[in-house]
Design a protein. Structure first.
Length: 227
């Protein structure tokens, strides 16, 4: 498959409106409530397995806040050194907090302490509940005082329905056996699955071939992993 075809598959920006909630409706509502500045901000902590959509949600709430005119910043834990942004009314999202180094943990603890006086909102995420985070105790306590949500992964029936609807919107005929093969052999996060359907459609048009299992197998070998 030509790499050019895959290069044309631009990812849609992660937005709250594009997140498929499944069993996460309350979490999504809480994130929307974080967007406006509050006199007493309520911090959120999201945890869940890799591919559950935590990064999508953090990036999405930062985008929503920025679009509403609020200062907002998204940071991966790996990019935090010994300081974090602090500003009045800032919405600060820090992803994968279990990966924070010693100095970065101090920086996040300080941001937690400064948040109330500056009307800042902190939205953080990790792979495990707060009590299991490998962080200093005082920071674990601060994070544990947030509203805590487990990001629950979509079930296979929900994924299958979304993939079928996505294919239908593109004018594709995606048989049920191909959807099931995708769910068994492709990365299970929804973003990767949708990218694979898009790549399958592009490959079918480029090669003037019907959408078949052999074509899907070939596409799965060439679609780059989702970051």
């Amino acid at each position: 498959m030509k790499q050019l075809t895959l290069d044309l598959l631009a990812d849609a920006p992660p937005l709250l409106d594009s997140f498929v909630p499944g069993a996460n409706a309350d979490l999504l509502a809480a994130l929307f409530e974080c967007v406006p500045v509050a006199d007493t901000p309520q911090h959120l902590y999201l945890w869940g397995d890799a591919g559950s959509g935590r990064s999508h949600l953090l990036r999405g709430v930062v985008t929503a806040a920025a679009q509403a005119g609020r200062p907002a910043c998204y940071l991966r834990a790996a990019d935090v050194v010994d300081t974090l942004p602090e500003a009045p009314a800032l919405l600060l999202a820090v992803d994968d907090v279990e990966r924070l180094g010693a100095d970065a943990q101090i920086a996040l603890f300080r941001a937690c302490n400064a948040a109330r006086g500056q009307r800042m909102t902190l939205v953080t995420s990790g792979a495990v509940p707060p009590r299991d985070l490998p962080l200093r105790e005082d920071l674990r306590t601060r994070i544990g005082q947030s509203l805590i949500f487990e990001v629950k992964a979509l079930g296979d029936d929900e994924r299958a329905a979304i993939l079928a609807a996505h294919a239908d919107a593109r004018g594709m005929r995606l048989e049920a056996d191909l959807v099931q093969y995708l769910l068994r052999h492709a990365p299970r996060d929804l973003k990767s699955l949708l990218r694979t359907v898009d790549a399958l459609d592009a490959a079918s048009l480029e090669r003037k071939r019907a959408i078949t299992l052999p074509l899907l197998r070939d596409v799965l070998q060439h679609v780059p992993p989702t970051a």
